[in-house]
Design a protein around this ligand. Sequence first.
Ligand SMILES: [Zn+2]
Length: 251
Amino acid sequence: MQSVVVRACACVVSICLICTGYGFSAAAGDNLAATGFRLLSLNDKSTKWGEPAAGKGAVIRYAFIAASLDRPGSRNCRTMEPLRASPRPDGPTADGFQHEIRRAMESWERVADVRFVPARGGEPADLVIGFQRKPRGIAYADVQSVPLSLGAIATTSHAAICLNPNLPWESNFDGNPATPDVRYVAAHEIGHVLGLDHSRRRGEATLMDFRNSETIRVPQPGDAAGAVLLYGEPLLKDTRASAAHISKLSE
Ligand SMILES: [Zn+2]
């Protein structure tokens, strides 16, 4: 498996060295100039879920892991544990973590044609989420693509998001990077999972900034432009309508 290691953002000051390519040309370049988003690049290819074509939507099945998980061969999130309560007394419970991460998923569903649905009935999850067994940084994403993908765009096959369990996580978005906000960090990591790299432009707020500024919590115009390039415009922007759409997809 090819693997992209995405250094977690919020936490580490260094930027991932392998995540600087664009992968698309022409129209994409225009968007880049206007908005500054960056696409992950793996062996000179962008990677996305679903059909390996720009502007095509995707459904991503996710799972909050219920037991310890080893992911041999991955470069990040190699060993994971289930989410549990924040060590901060007034921080989120395990259920609170899940709630906030689902809200982060919804924030991306509102800006592009992506749907996150829970894996059910033993079906395999595309995206697994949990705590790190060996805590470091704030959070990491690991993105893997189908080997030997043909064409200019690779197909993402698996991904993981793992959070450091020892940090004083909160869900109040208090603006203090020392107490990381679950939804903010999750939204950033989900951006990586969708195929976006770090982006930082003077005067332009972006969720994909690699610094932990904790000033914005949802995808900004530049983030949305990158997601739309990969997956197309959102079909439904209302959360309730989105839930109905998910239900329909699951039938
Ligand atoms: Zn990051």
